[in-house]
Design a protein around this ligand. Structure first.
Ligand SMILES: [Zn+2]
Length: 129
């Protein structure tokens, strides 16, 4: 297996709990009030270093959704899922389209990846989670 190319994010970052690969920036965080069967889950506009699984239909508390599982590219841990485009999205659910869920239990605590800034400088610079 060759060495994987991984993206590195700057600022407040959420990383894979298993391998530490950066998965999402705190600035892309949309909501922390999601739940999965494993507990809390966060909704992001954009995630990186993930592989998307096959499209499937899944019944969730908000109805039937087209989703695809997301795996960490590096360690293959299942980290969440993506809401795919679908015609049947109700208006109230439309904002989720194309966005990604990461399960809290699969994530490390948010940390700052600015190598040159102290913690307090970072908090001024980065959006707090
Ligand atoms: Zn990983």
């Amino acid at each position: 297996m060759g060495r994987l190319f991984l993206e590195y994010l700057e600022g407040k970052v959420y990383a894979c709990s298993t391998c530490g690969s950066h998965l999402a920036s705190a600035t892309e965080l949309v909501s922390k009030s999601f739940h999965s069967k494993n507990g809390k889950a966060y909704l992001f506009n954009l995630v990186v270093n993930v592989c998307q699984g096959p499209k499937e239909e899944r019944l969730m508390t908000t109805g039937l959704h087209h989703v695809a599982d997301l795996q960490c590219t590096n360690c293959k841990q299942l980290v969440g899922w993506k809401y795919l485009q679908e015609q049947a999205f109700e208006k109230t659910q439309k904002y989720k389209e194309g966005k990604c869920i990461l399960e809290r239990t699969r994530l490390d605590d948010c940390f700052c990846s600015h190598p040159t800034l102290s913690d307090s400088e970072c908090e001024d610079t980065c959006m707090l989670p």
